[in-house]
Unconditional design. Structure first.
Length: 446
């Protein structure tokens, strides 16, 4: 257990009072991939998270937060994965919690079946073919209350509804849809969020210290400090497509990935675009110091089964030494890892591309380089869609050693969309998709 992970709100203190059966439940073994031909990337280990009732998990951290988990188990921890420094152990983070969509009168409504769920940092250990939860830290406000995963702002974020999409839930300015995670040398954590989008500094015990948001967001009423320190152009992030990838460079700087192209000048332009952005943030200066243009490969190259460009996302960025990064381009069914190097000459921060009146916008450019935009050069490291045994919707990537990566999927808490997600008693009909960690061996390393 980390020395920075002590305190009464951690799950290990509560196991004896409520979770021994859940944590000791038999875990589903996913098996190990068969040997691959020499020279090909292949899975060398697979481990699966067992069933832990979400209500028991949440109430062990912050008693009374969940009164009805509707049969949902702990999931969603595959939003990211970051090594703890001990072999087989990782920090992960949940997203905003179980959520889905149901159409009512032809309009999709965002549902929150467990509105009391509080996003958490979860420490796991890969042991044999099992993923075990060994610690968990709830995210809390300055006064110690749960931040929740509920939408922040009316008109900017999706309206939150109950599990059956019939009753509107209150917005919560404290709510976060957490995705990426890294741990700083002082034991604090940095997270990224899709709502703001925002970069969040969190204490070793889970208290939000500062939430950095775009200039002009005007998020009021939060029970923690909110600082407008990010470029205002990020106000044009697509709904549910804010920040998702986060990396920590050797010197301590952070690199943040905008999950999808911005909606500039409108949603149609963003949906058709292959151009997104990376930001470099200095924790010392508490400011963005660089911005980079990143261009996706065509969607049918990333995923031959997909023809919708809007399905492209960056879900993970991983520092691999110096100013080099692995960048994950994915759809829900396939993913490819690209190697890029950040350079001063590629910095577009403060340029006309940060002005939302520039026409055409960065997102509208079919050939950014021809327009003078220094797009980051990239080199394909591995096409995970061609590696047998890798699950879909990989959102977390960690470097184990020079030749091996640890991947984790987001199983969406076993949720599906539509009215059939729950039975007549309001209990989840689980999708059967498990949270899985796979180790992939790369024949040529990184």
């Amino acid at each position: 257990m980390s020395p920075h992970a002590t305190g009464r709100r951690h799950i290990h203190r509560s196991v004896a009072r409520g979770l021994p059966l859940a944590l000791a439940a038999a875990l589903v073994a996913a098996g190990t991939a068969t040997a691959s031909p020499s020279g090909e990337a292949h899975v060398v280990r697979t481990a699966t998270l067992g069933n832990i009732p979400l209500g028991a998990f949440s109430n062990a951290l912050l008693p009374g937060t969940v009164d009805n988990d509707r049969g949902v188990d702990l999931g969603g921890i595959g939003s990211d994965i970051y090594p703890t420094g001990r072999s087989g152990e990782y920090w992960t983070v949940t997203d905003r919690g179980p959520n889905g969509q149901i159409k009512v009168d032809g309009q999709k409504r965002r549902t929150f079946p467990v509105p009391g769920f509080d996003p958490a940092i979860v420490k796991i250990r890969v042991s044999g073919d099992s993923v075990k939860v060994i610690d968990a830290i709830p995210l809390t406000t300055s006064s110690g209350k749960p931040v929740t995963g509920l939408s922040n702002q009316q008109s900017r974020d999706e309206a939150p509804y109950t599990y059956d999409a019939k009753t509107l839930l209150p917005y919560n300015p404290n709510g976060v849809d957490t995705e990426g995670i890294v741990r700083a040398a002082d034991g604090t954590f940095w997270l990224v969020d899709e709502y703001g989008p925002s970069l969040i500094h969190v204490s070793a015990r889970g208290k939000v210290l500062t939430r950095y948001v775009p200039k002009g967001l005007n998020l009021t009423g939060a029970d923690y400090p909110v600082v407008e320190a990010l470029p205002s152009v990020l106000l044009h992030r697509k709904i549910n497509r804010g920040f998702e990838g986060l990396a920590q460079l050797p010197g301590g700087d952070l690199v943040i990935a905008v999950q999808s192209p911005l909606s500039l000048p409108d949603g149609d332009a963003g949906n058709a675009s292959l151009n997104t952005r990376l930001l470099r943030f200095s924790p010392k200066k508490k400011a963005v110091t660089a911005e980079y243009a990143y261009r996706f490969d065509p969607v049918n190259v990333v995923d031959p089964s997909e023809d919708d460009t809007s399905e492209l996302k960056i879900s993970s960025v991983v520092a691999v030494g110096g100013d080099r990064l692995l960048v994950e381009e994915r759809t829900d069914k396939a993913a490819r890892l690209q190697l890029v190097k950040l350079g001063h000459q590629a910095n577009i921060l403060g340029s006309s591309w940060d002005d939302d009146t520039t026409s055409p916008s960065l997102e509208q450019l079919d050939d950014p380089a021809a327009a003078g935009v220094p797009v980051l050069a990239k080199r394909l490291v591995v096409d995970l869609g061609k590696v047998s045994g890798v699950p879909g919707k990989i959102e977390g990537v960690a470097r184990v050693d020079r030749d091996t990566l640890a991947l984790i999927n987001d199983n969406d808490f076993g949720m599906t969309d539509g009215t059939g997600a729950f039975d007549a008693q309001g209990r989840l009909i689980d999708s059967g998709i498990e949270t899985t960690v796979v180790y992939v061996r790369l024949p040529h390393g990184i």
